[in-house]
Design a protein around this ligand. Structure first.
Ligand SMILES: [Zn+2]
Length: 342
């Protein structure tokens, strides 16, 4: 039924577009429908109430939104619809939402501010960086919105994931107030945990966003995932596994799959293989395939080490030394198996 309505609707548009010269109202709307519902769809059509139709400037329109929300229909799911207001004309926006559309917001990126509450607000509202949302650390129930979801916020910078670049264009950014890290005498980065209050806030906010925009699990990422050579946030204390387990947000590997890859890795001489350029290249390819913007050099170069570190922050936070050990390798293989590029 719905398909039929679309076809009829499209035929109306096509008809009116090609009938500009006629000034008679009748010319806009064929008295006898040129496309009749097929017999097979008649029963289905009879079961559903007919949408209301109104006549506007000689053209008949559906008065209710006939679109399918499962097809990323903005007009249904957005809180706001921004339309032109051309002088002397009426923009009609509710009757014919196109099937061919999707959301611009295709990623959710999480950050920490590396600043306390007050400075986070000042920097994210008064300087050249921003985020759509800011999750404070004051223990209240507020989440600050700094930028409209329909607009770009400046949170991602130079970034990439799979085939996408410059993710400010197509993402929602959440900043979480957190002190970031300090380096110890050996250069090891020491991070600060997030409070339970903050994690709950982020989870509720993320759930709402990924649901409304139908953001896939593969596109819920850390800033360090999309800019691994520059960024560490939100760091190894951000509980990605908890978000996956308790809120069904983002990616996580299956333990059995990881174990079988781990057994495979440890059944061979992983240490000897470690510096083999072929192994390094295949590992870089696996990281690239997963989504990281990384060149395949056949060497454990600085970019690769930082990318492994970013991967560990997200998926193996117990040890984020930037070394591709057997466990990190097994997790990477398990994730690539579970989340292949479609
Ligand atoms: Zn960030």
């Amino acid at each position: 039924m719905r398909k039929t309505l679309y076809i009829i609707g499209l035929s109306i548009i096509a008809f009116s577009c090609t009938s500009q010269k006629s000034s008679k109202k009748k010319a806009y709307w064929p008295k006898t429908a040129t496309i009749q519902p097929k017999t097979a769809t008649k029963t289905q059509a009879q079961d559903k109430p007919k949408p209301q139709i109104t006549n506007d400037h000689g053209v008949e329109f559906f008065t209710t939104n006939i679109s399918d929300p499962t097809k990323n229909d903005n007009t249904v799911s957005y809180g706001s619809i921004v339309s032109a207001k051309p002088a002397g004309y009426k923009v009609v926006k509710t009757y014919f939402p196109a099937i061919a559309q999707n959301f611009r917001q295709r990623y959710l990126i999480l950050h920490y501010t590396a600043l306390p509450d007050d400075k986070s607000i000042t920097v994210l509202t008064q300087q050249a960086v921003s985020a759509h949302y800011l999750v404070n650390n004051t223990g209240d129930n507020e989440i600050y919105q700094l930028v409209d979801e329909n607009k770009r916020s400046y949170h991602a910078g130079v970034s990439s994931w799979r085939n996408d670049k410059n993710l400010n264009d197509n993402s929602i950014g959440i900043e979480i107030v957190n002190a970031g890290y300090t380096a110890d005498a050996t250069g090891k980065k020491l991070f600060v945990p997030f409070s339970d209050d903050q994690v709950k806030k982020v989870a509720a906010l993320a759930k709402d966003i990924v649901t409304r925009y139908q953001i896939p699990a593969t596109n819920v990422l850390a800033h360090s995932d999309i800019a691994p050579t520059r960024k560490q946030d939100p760091g190894p204390f951000f509980p990605w596994k908890k978000l996956y387990d308790e809120y069904q947000i983002g990616m996580w590997y299956d333990e059995a799959s990881k174990q079988s890859y781990y057994d495979l890795a440890t059944s061979t001489d992983f240490t000897t293989k470690y510096n083999d350029p072929t192994f390094i290249s295949s590992t870089q390819t696996a990281l690239q395939k997963f989504g990281y913007g990384l060149d395949v050099s056949g060497q454990w170069d600085d970019a690769t080490k930082k990318t492994i570190e970013a991967f560990q922050y997200h998926f193996r936070p117990q040890n984020y030394d930037g070394i591709m050990d057997a466990e990190t390798w097994a997790i990477l293989q398990a994730l690539n198996q579970k989340y292949p590029i479609k």
